[in-house]
Design a protein around this ligand. Sequence first.
Ligand code: CP
Length: 315
Amino acid sequence: MKNYIDLSDIKDLQALLTEASELKKAHAALEIGKGKTLGMLFFNPSLRTRLSTEKAAKLLGMDVLVMNAGSDGWALEFEDGAIMNSNKAEHIKEAAAVLSQYCDIIAVRAFPELKDRKEDEAENILNSFKNYASVPVVNLESATGHPLQALTDALTIQELKKKDKPKVVLTWAPHPKALPQSVPNSFTKMMQKMEFDFVITNPEGYDLNPEITKNTRVVHNQDEALKDADFVYVKNWSSYEDYGQKLSEDKSWMISQEKLKATNNARVMHCLPVRRNMVIADDVLDSSSSAVILQAKNRTFAAQAVLKEILEETA
Ligand code: CP
């Protein structure tokens, strides 16, 4: 693996999951990253991604530099040929080249603005780092994807599943704000790579990008979709069709123990942070149905597997 921008960068998914699983079992400090530096730039807030990726890098022996690029760094210009007479003081060409002198891997978090679909899909910030950095680039959640989260989610399901082909349901849930489609996009792509019975359920108007969902079954009746589910992955996202808009706050889509009665004692997943009693009820999050803390734990080992594979490839 040269970069980890999207799930398509994974050469052998089962091998990567096995690696993450073995790293988790061993939970030992390695030396492969000794003398190497991971630089992480956050244009948006984070708890899990920031700390688990830092921990993963340190478990590999790496040094870590972290910067809240959105608030602490110079405002970056990404346009090629721009006349820089506005508030943007530094061009990505210099910024990425300079960071490549300090770091052996650069990792970037940059959310979408949710105003212009084409602009968000261009993944300007992430792709600019990829284009102008001379070292590998890792996606810490971009405008359209969160591949480190998806790898963690696959690892968690693989760890918890009691049958070869579990039923996995990705369900939309209400939220007070319009959120990106990054997590459901990457989760969908990941589930399409697994031999699972995968269904997406969301209200009308909330269908994800059809180029991502492809042939995956989309059901607009949540109760029907939840029937016999072994895993329920809960997430809010804004409309793709009416791009970036919040069309509904339908409370009847919140996941509660009442909703789970139709499932096969499903384990409930969420990438976190989660708004209690809005997205998922207390009676689920405080019960043994919840797998959200295990998911967060597994972030470290998924990140460790990815960073290790990049270090091996670039050694
Ligand atoms: N799931 C996730 O990416 O969490 P953070 O936003 O806290 O990093």
